[in-house]
Write a new protein. Structure first.
Length: 246
């Protein structure tokens, strides 16, 4: 039955993710150190919007910032005029690098970026552009998937080759992990679970490390505004964040 198969697969996935504990610990220590020296940790797109679970979140760190951008070019061409010789740059690469350079990210900051397959241009270029300005990069990717998928980036690099720390999402090739009768291929993606679990393993470890600091050095953390006293606690955390940066 699907319910049993899914729950068993999730339990298997959670067990596999424990192999990431050493690298998550290293990344968490780097984040804790960076926060105390005036730096920030940024989340670019993670999966299908998972970064939203880490930003401005009840029980989460105030220091976590988003890195997101959109730029639309109204520059349509007839078919015969597309891909003409003399192109100045790959649009996705040029726009991504411009977004990084125009952002509030700085040398010494840390960014988390994600590509389950490891081959997509934007997260790879985000990692490369951030490293070019002196940032550190945490990559979320599936090593099994990435090693079977050619990169779309002109460098030929996969995301895991562009990062300082790599969190392996442990998802299968193609992401879907459940065999369901009547379908030729596996269904139900596994990466969302992995992204959320490893993300909170990271944030939780950062908060644990910083919880040993004196009270005036502990990070701003958010409580739910829907609990008693939550709005007041949330406002106090924001005041601390705006004053100190973490």
């Amino acid at each position: 039955m699907f319910f049993d198969d899914y729950q068993a697969k999730v339990a298997e996935q959670l067990a596999k993710l424990q192999a990431n504990r050493p690298v998550i610990d290293l990344a968490a220590k780097a984040i804790a150190d960076a926060m105390q020296t005036g730096h920030y940790v940024f989340c670019s797109a993670i999966g299908h919007g998972m970064q939203g679970d880490f930003y401005n979140r009840a029980g989460g760190l105030g220091n976590v910032r988003l890195f997101a951008w959109e730029l639309n070019l109204n520059n349509a061409m007839p078919t015969c005029g597309q891909n003409r010789p003399g192109a100045r740059a790959n649009n996705e690469i040029a726009l991504t690098r411009a977004a990084v350079n125009a952002s509030n990210m700085r040398e010494g900051d840390i960014i988390i970026t994600c590509s389950v397959s490891g081959h997509n241009v934007r997260p790879i270029e985000t990692a490369l552009a951030c490293r070019a300005i002196g940032m550190k990069v945490i990559a979320m990717t599936s090593m099994e998937y990435a090693k079977q998928t050619p990169s779309s980036h002109p460098s030929g690099k996969s995301l895991y080759q562009c990062a300082d720390w790599v969190i392996d999402l442990m998802t299968p090739y193609g992401d879907a992990g459940i065999a369901i009768n009547g379908y030729e291929n596996n269904l139900v993606p596994m990466s969302g679970i992995s992204e959320d679990i490893t993300g909170w393993m990271l944030w939780g470890r950062v908060m644990e490390l910083m919880g040993t600091l004196p009270d005036d050095k502990k990070p701003a953390v958010f409580l739910s505004v829907n609990r008693e006293g939550g709005r007041e606690a949330y406002n106090r955390a924001h005041e601390l964040l705006n004053k100190r940066g973490y």
